[in-house]
Design a protein around this ligand. Structure first.
Ligand code: FDA
Length: 308
C-alpha cells in the first residue's frame, strides 16, 4: 500500500517539485546517488574499483519528451565513456542506459530516436573498451526495448538488457535471451504494474525470480544476478555450481548504498560483483523507487527530516 503510494508519487510532477526543491533533500538522497557531475561518478567508480568491485554508471534521467534533452543525454554518456577510457577504468566500468532518457517516450518516432542515440552510446562504449546495459522501465516499453536490444547486438553483441521477474512474460524472455554472448541482468522490477501483466504478490515475484535464474544459469549467456535478497544470492551460488559455472561466468549486482557489506563479502569470496552507481541532478524518480522498495527507507527519510 505504502509502496504503491510512493510509486504513484514517483510520477507526480507536484510531488517532484516539492521533494526536489526541499533544502534537506540532498542529504537524504546522497545515500543512493553519488553526486551530480561526471567527475563525482568517476570518483565513486575509482573508489569502488579500488576496493575490488566493478561498476555500472547510470546518468539519472527518464521519460524525456524533449528531443534536445535526449541528445544532451547521449552526449553526456559519450563524454563519460571517454573519461573512463582516459582514466583506465573502462575494464571494470560499464554504463546503464534508460531508453526513455534518450527519446523512447517521444510521441513521434521515439523508438527510432532512442535506437539511434543508443547506437551512438554503444559505439562510444566500444571505443572505450566497455559495454552498455539497457535498463528496463514500465511494461509498456518492454517490446520496444527488446527490439532495440536486438538491433544493437548486431553491431555491439556485448550490449546487455534487464529483465523483470514481476512480469508474466519474463520467463519466456529469459529463454529467448539465454544464448551465447547474451548479457541479462535479472531484477524483480521496480515499477507499479497492473495485475494483467505482473504478479501482484511479492512472494510470486520472488518465486518467478528463482525460476528465471534457473533458466539463465542453465543457458549459455552471461547472467547478472541483480538482487539484494539473501535467498536469491544463495540460490545463484547453488545454481552456478549445479550448472558448472565458474566465478566470472556470471556476476552479482547491487545498487549503490544498499548492502555494501554483502557486496564486499561476495567479492572477497572470489565472486564478480558490480555496483550500480547513479549520478546526476534528475534523481527524483530513482530515489522514490528506492523508498518504495523498502518501507524502512521511509523511516530513514523522515528521521533525516527531523534531525536536519
Ligand atoms: P527485495 O526487494 O526482496 O529486497 C531484499 C532485501 O534487500 C531487503 O530485505 C533489504 O534488506 C534489501 N533492499 C532491497 N531494496 C532496498 C532498498 N531500496 N533500500 C534498502 N535496502 C533494500 N528495476 C527495474 O524495474 N528496472 C531496472 O532496470 C532495474 N535495474 C536494477 C539494477 C540493479 C543492479 C539492481 C540491483 C536493481 C535494479 N532494479 C531495476 C531494481 C529491482 O527491480 C528491485 O526493485 C530492487 O533490486 C529490490 O529488489 P531485491 O531483489 O533487492 O529484493
Amino acid at each position: 500500500m505504502l509502496s504503491s503510494t510512493l510509486l504513484t508519487a514517483s510520477r507526480s510532477p507536484r510531488m517532484r517539485r516539492l521533494v526536489t526543491n526541499a533544502p534537506w533533500s540532498r542529504r537524504v538522497v546522497e545515500r543512493f546517488v553519488v553526486g551530480e557531475s561526471s567527475g563525482d561518478a568517476v570518483d565513486a567508480a575509482r573508489t569502488l574499483i579500488g576496493s575490488g568491485l566493478a561498476v555500472t554508471l547510470d546518468h539519472l534521467g527518464e521519460d524525456t519528451l524533449d528531443l534536445s534533452q535526449a541528445g544532451a543525454t547521449r552526449e553526456t554518456y559519450a563524454t563519460l565513456l571517454r573519461l573512463l577510457a582516459d582514466l583506465d577504468l573502462a575494464a571494470q566500468a560499464e554504463v546503464s542506459l534508460k531508453l526513455s532518457a534518450v527519446g523512447q517516450a517521444l510521441p513521434r518516432g521515439g523508438h527510432d530516436i532512442a535506437l539511434e542515440n543508443a547506437r551512438t552510446i554503444c559505439a562510444a562504449a566500444q571505443q572505450a573498451g566497455t559495454t552498455v546495459t539497457l535498463d528496463m522501465e514500465q511494461h509498456t516499453t518492454v517490446d520496444s526495448t527488446l527490439a532495440i536490444l536486438h538491433e544493437l547486438r548486431v553491431d555491439f553483441p556485448g550490449t546487455g538488457a534487464v529483465l523483470q521477474s514481476c512480469l508474466y512474460r519474463t520467463e519466456a524472455d529469459c529463454r529467448d535471451l539465454a544464448s551465447a554472448g547474451s548479457r541479462v541482468r535479472l531484477v524483480k522490477g521496480a515499477y507499479l504494474e497492473p495485475a494483467s501483466v505482473a504478479h501482484p504478490a511479492k512472494a510470486d515475484v520472488d518465486l518467478a525470480y528463482a525460476r528465471c535464474l534457473e533458466i539463465l544459469m542453465a543457458g549459455d549467456g552471461y547472467p547478472m544476478v541483480a538482487s539484494h535478497d539473501p535467498r536469491m544470492i544463495e540460490l545463484a551460488g547453488v545454481l552456478a555450481a549445479r550448472h558448472g559455472r565458474a566465478p566470472g561466468s556470471y556476476e552479482y549486482q547491487m545498487l549503490h548504498g544498499i548492502r555494501a557489506g554483502e557486496q564486499r563479502r561476495l567479492a572477497s569470496a572470489g565472486e564478480r560483483v558490480r555496483v550500480y552507481v547513479p549520478y546526476g541532478a534528475d534523481w527524483y524518480g530513482y530515489f522514490m523507487r528506492r523508498l518504495a522498495e523498502r518501507p524502512a527507507n521511509v523511516g530513514f527519510f523522515f528521521r533525516s527530516l527531523l534531525t536536519r
